[in-house]
Design a protein around this ligand. Sequence first.
Ligand SMILES: C[S@@+](CC[C@H](N)C(=O)[O-])C[C@H]1O[C@@H](n2cnc3c(N)ncnc32)[C@H](O)[C@@H]1O
Length: 293
Amino acid sequence: MSGTLRKQDASPVADGEFAFTWADFHTIAQIVHAESGIVLADSKANLVYSRLAKRLRKIGLRSFRDYCEIVQREDGADERQVMIAAMTTNVTRFFRETHHFSLLEKIVLPPLLDRAKKGDRVRLWSSACSSGEEPYSLALTILGLMPDAGKHDILILASDLDPNMLARAETGIYSAAQVEPIPADLRRKWISAAKAEGAMSFEVTPPVRELVRFRELNLLDPWPMRGRFDVIFCRNVMIYFDDETQNGIWTRFAKVLEPDGVLCIGHSERIPASMPFELVAQTSYRLAGGGAR
Ligand SMILES: C[S@@+](CC[C@H](N)C(=O)[O-])C[C@H]1O[C@@H](n2cnc3c(N)ncnc32)[C@H](O)[C@@H]1O
């Protein structure tokens, strides 16, 4: 972001309850990009207003300039996190892009689970897990093949930068509509009716939960995990990042993927040819040359 004042900076983005100038928008966009990798183009200015107006009301501010002052302060980390969470898109579904789960069930998991039976560790990573449907779908796919998976050294790391999403994911409770895409046999066996009040809800059963470990992790930050992953899901998050950020993360995935591991990405995402991956199925990659590094 240039330090020079752009022509439009002092002008309002739109008329509304809270004064919101282009300078405010650019301040917010710059912080969101630096801290999360998410790019907010000028066309997103009205979206930023509508997503943050509620927050300004809640904390009793009169203008976005006041809000910018808070999120620019060194001690504004908590508010920056709230702001970034308000900017993220958390849309997800059980068994979303179902071809990845078929690939796992038919090709990727059988040899891994055979190895687990002999005592090997198997690690999967849902790296932008939102409210948990993706990692629980991985767990359900594993349990469909190996009902006693919990007795073996098999774990799914489920991470996201948004602590609110992780808290929701950890409850493992979903509505009837949310559990609908789960294949009926898996649903019958591994999902139970929840005791929550009000609308009928469902929860993932302990064998499903026990395969998943939730952790807060910003993909831009250092990754504390030791050991490589057999399967990495990084779906529908890179789309929000610029090329430089994406390439940095693809390069880091290559370093933490097992030589015969698989990386699954979202339907509108692509890994550039310059990266050390080769396409092996729809939006699914292995390390190029079998992982010779
Ligand atoms: C659209 S959801 C994708 C959920 C799931 N992977 C899927 O495809 O259904 C995008 C998720 O990425 C998370 N996210 C955004 N930026 C992130 C970052 N820098 N590090 C980790 N997670 C991030 C958001 O919090 C959100 O939960």
